[in-house]
Design a protein around this ligand. Structure first.
Ligand code: UDP
Length: 486
């Protein structure tokens, strides 16, 4: 039987290797995790992948490399020489000065990356680099290799960002809401909810370089899927004038437990252990538990922790709350959390340190997620059919909130309908969690929609789904010349 367009598998003439992608993630969990997922996705579809990073971060990815080796998959973690004083620079907090220091330090990798590519026996097919690594543009040009940028955000945000820049919005010190022109849906942005802290001349220069890196790239790769963001992908592609590859959700490819557990921060695992978390969830009812976590960067002060804890307690709903070790540095905070657990025994669980978020979100007991709206967390939640309470903190998170609440209809904004940066108090949390986990028709409809998006996410990665097809086309586009298809 002749293969259909979507079922075409890629085969190569015996003399030619498969396409080789060099992936250059940004250091930091929220950026590296999806790139590693993408690397696994590409090798499973027959490509060769080299993921380049600094020695400290390569050591953290040893498990990924070992697993690929055992599975005989051509995924290599490449260490580039980097001054030890600059290595291991994942931002320790949401402090933007730390981000800029990290971004600028990484420019020193341009020379080693170029040397690595030149030393390869064959020129790679394509470089895929994080949009925050604009220094890869010069390397790609110099070695004559096409380059795609990976934007870690939703397509909705990526498009808004481009439109805001194109139309020079938010540059005038005006704090009023601006409607973003050229969006397929009505979107308002204000200076407060945009990346407003990035205003120093050094930031401006970096942002301009990143923009130029995106402008001169050969296309974009996004961790999204068409059934979720088709209208924005089409518009982004038209606005960029180059291909936008929607290849997500990357993480749905992580089917075995080991791969799910291996994702993310090995340095700060929860002392409780994933098995104990799962065992506790096993005791809870179907979709009964609200999962609460704010990603890898957001750090709460003790007084904010107390508001979250009181809010969860006041909601009366079961919860699993992940707090960071650094948030519980003070004995008072630790004692307070212990007392909260004692008061909510059998209903509430507080876990300190890094957990496997994918394992939690895929557990049948999870029925809602209070999230900071990092794109990875939102996509992970929606792809598992889990609706969210949205509590954006900075960067793309406010726009991501608009996407899930207003466009997709699967979120409850913790601060209420108006987009603000107002402090979040216990009453906000109790109300939003009760609304999310409640039984009314609005809550049920939200759950139904989210479940449907979850099913569509799985459909997208299945053979014949939009992501599967896009991956096939990407691999074909970067096939070394002389290769054939059947
Ligand atoms: N994550 C995790 N365990 C944790 C905290 C976070 O596995 O204890 C993962 C989460 O699944 C997601 C990533 O870390 O893949 C966080 O990315 P996101 O974009 O949500 O937020 P950021 O950390 O960039 O603010």
């Amino acid at each position: 039987m002749a293969a259909t367009e979507t079922e075409k598998s890629i085969t190569l003439t015996s003399a030619l290797p498969p396409p080789h992608f060099v992936l250059v993630p940004l250091i930091g969990q929220g950026h590296t995790i999806p790139m590693v997922d993408l690397a696994c996705l590409l090798v499973e579809r027959g490509a060769i992948v080299s993921l380049v990073t600094t020695p400290v971060n390569a050591a953290r990815l040893q498990g990924v490399a070992d697993k690929a080796r055992r599975a005989k998959l051509p995924l290599e973690i490449v260490e580039l020489p980097f001054p030890p004083a600059d290595d291991g620079l994942p931002p320790g907090s949401a402090n933007v000065d730390n981000f800029l220091r990290l971004f600028l330090a990484l420019y020193k990798l341009a020379g080693p990356l170029e040397a690595y590519v030149r030393a390869l026996p064959r020129r790679p097919s394509c470089i895929i680099s994080d949009s925050c690594n604009p220094w890869t543009a010069g390397v790609a040009t110099s070695v004559g290799v096409p380059r795609l940028f990976f934007h870690v955000a939703s397509c909705f945000y990526s498009l808004c960002k481009l439109k805001v820049a194109t139309h020079g919005l938010l540059h005038d010190g005006n704090h009023d809401a601006h409607v973003v022109p050229g969006m397929p849906v009505r979107v308002e942005v204000t200076k407060n909810t945009w990346s407003s802290s990035y205003t120093t001349p050094e930031w401006e220069a970096f942002v301009e370089d990143a923009r130029e890196g995106m402008r001169t790239a050969d296309g974009a790769v996004l961790n999204t899927f068409l059934d979720l963001e088709e209208q924005f992908v089409a518009c982004y592609q038209a606005a960029l004038g180059k291909p936008v590859w929607a290849l997500g959700p990357f993480f749905l490819n992580n089917r075995d437990e080991e791969a799910v557990a291996a994702r993310g921060d090995k340095d700060k695992p929860s002392a409780v252990g994933q098995d104990a978390v799962t065992a506790w969830l096993d005791t809870m009812g179907q979709s009964a538990v609200t999962y609460v976590s704010f990603g890898s960067l957001v750090r709460m002060l003790p007084k904010q922790l107390y508001e979250v804890g009181h809010g969860l307690e006041d909601s009366g709903k079961p919860f699993l709350w992940v707090v960071k070790e650094s948030e519980t540095a003070s004995p008072e905070a630790r004692e307070w959390l212990q007392a909260l657990e004692a008061r909510t025994a059998g209903k509430g669980r507080v876990v300190r340190g890094w957990v496997s978020q994918l394992a939690i979100l895929s557990h049948r007991a999870i029925g809602g997620f209070v999230t900071h709206c990092g794109w990875n967390s939102l996509l992970e939640s929606v792809a598992h059919g889990v609706p969210v309470v949205t509590w954006p903190h900075f960067g793309d998170q406010f726009l991501n909130e608009q996407l899930v609440v207003e466009v997709l209809g699967v979120g409850v904004p913790v601060r209420g309908p108006a987009v603000t940066v107002a402090p979040v108090l216990r009453g906000h949390i109790a109300r939003a969690v009760s609304e999310l986990m409640g039984g009314g028709t609005v809550a049920q409809e939200r759950r139904r929609k989210c479940k449907e998006y979850g099913e569509r996410a799985h459909g997208a990665i299945a053979k014949g789904g939009s992501t599967h097809q896009n991956l096939t086309q990407l691999l074909q586009s970067f096939m070394p010349s002389g290769s054939t298809e059947q």
